[in-house]
Design a protein around this ligand. Structure first.
Ligand SMILES: C[S@@+](CC[C@H](N)C(=O)[O-])C[C@H]1O[C@@H](n2cnc3c(N)ncnc32)[C@H](O)[C@@H]1O
Length: 193
C-alpha cells in the first residue's frame, strides 16, 4: 500500500502510462513542465526511467527543490492519496467552473493535491477515484498543455516568480541572445581581505 502523500499543500503530478519510444519526449515534458510551473514532484511509470533521469539532471543543474520518482502502482497511489485528486481530461468539468474550489481546498485548507495526466486511454476507475475530472477546454490536445494551464490557474501566476535553490546555473533573461551564468556558492566566494 502506498502512503506517499507529502505533508502540507504540496502539488504532485502523476503521469499514467508510458509507451517506450513513442512517449519518451512527452513523458519527459510532463516532468519538466511540472517542475518549471510550480509542482513539487512527479511520479512516472516504472518503464520511464529515462524521463526521470532527464528531469533529475535538469533539477541538478537549474535548481529545485523538485523530486522525480518512479512508481509501479499508480492506481494505488491515487486510491491512497491523503488529499484531493484532480484528473485532467478533455471529458471533465470546465476548468473555469471548478478552479476556485480546487484552489480553496489546496491553498486555504493546505491539502496536498495529486494531478493525474494520461498518455493513452485512461481507465474508468481513475475518473471515479478523482475528486475532480477537469477539462482545459473540452477539446482533445496534450497532457503537457493541460498541465501547464492547470498549474498556472492553480497558482494564479505566482509560480512565475519562483526562486530556485541549489542551482549550478541560471538563465539571464535577455531581449535578444542567450546567457547562462554559473551560480556562485560559498565555496566560490573569495573571502580573503
Ligand atoms: C493525448 S490524450 C489521450 C486521452 C485518451 N484518448 C483518453 O480518452 O483518455 C493524453 C492526456 O492528455 C490530457 N488531455 C488531453 N486533452 C485534454 C483537455 N482538453 N483537458 C485536460 N487534459 C487533457 C489528459 O490527461 C489525457 O489523458
Amino acid at each position: 500500500m502506498h502512503d506517499d502523500t507529502p505533508d502540507g499543500p504540496a502539488v504532485a503530478v502523476l503521469r499514467l502510462g508510458h509507451r517506450p519510444g513513442r512517449d519518451e519526449r512527452m513523458t519527459t515534458h510532463v516532468g519538466l513542465t511540472a517542475r518549471a510551473l510550480g509542482a513539487d514532484r512527479v511520479w512516472f511509470p516504472d518503464n520511464a526511467g529515462q524521463s526521470k533521469d532527464t528531469v533529475d539532471d535538469i533539477t541538478d543543474r537549474f535548481g529545485g527543490p523538485f523530486t522525480a520518482e518512479l512508481t509501479d502502482s499508480p492506481h494505488s497511489l491515487i486510491r491512497n492519496w491523503k488529499g484531493h485528486v484532480v484528473h485532467l481530461t478533455m471529458y471533465g468539468q470546465r476548468i473555469q467552473d471548478v478552479e476556485a474550489d480546487i484552489r480553496e481546498v489546496h491553498r486555504d485548507d493546505g491539502e496536498p493535491l495529486l494531478l493525474v495526466v494520461g498518455s493513452e486511454k485512461v481507465s474508468f476507475d481513475v475518473y471515479e477515484d478523482a475528486d475532480w475530472n477537469v477539462g482545459v477546454t473540452n477539446q482533445p490536445h496534450s497532457e503537457v498543455a493541460g498541465l501547464a494551464v492547470f498549474l498556472d490557474r492553480l497558482f494564479e501566476g505566482a509560480e512565475l516568480e519562483r526562486e530556485w535553490a541549489d542551482a549550478d546555473r541560471t538563465v539571464v533573461p535577455m531581449e535578444t541572445g542567450k546567457r547562462v551564468e554559473s551560480v556562485s556558492t560559498d565555496d566560490d566566494t573569495d573571502a580573503s581581505p
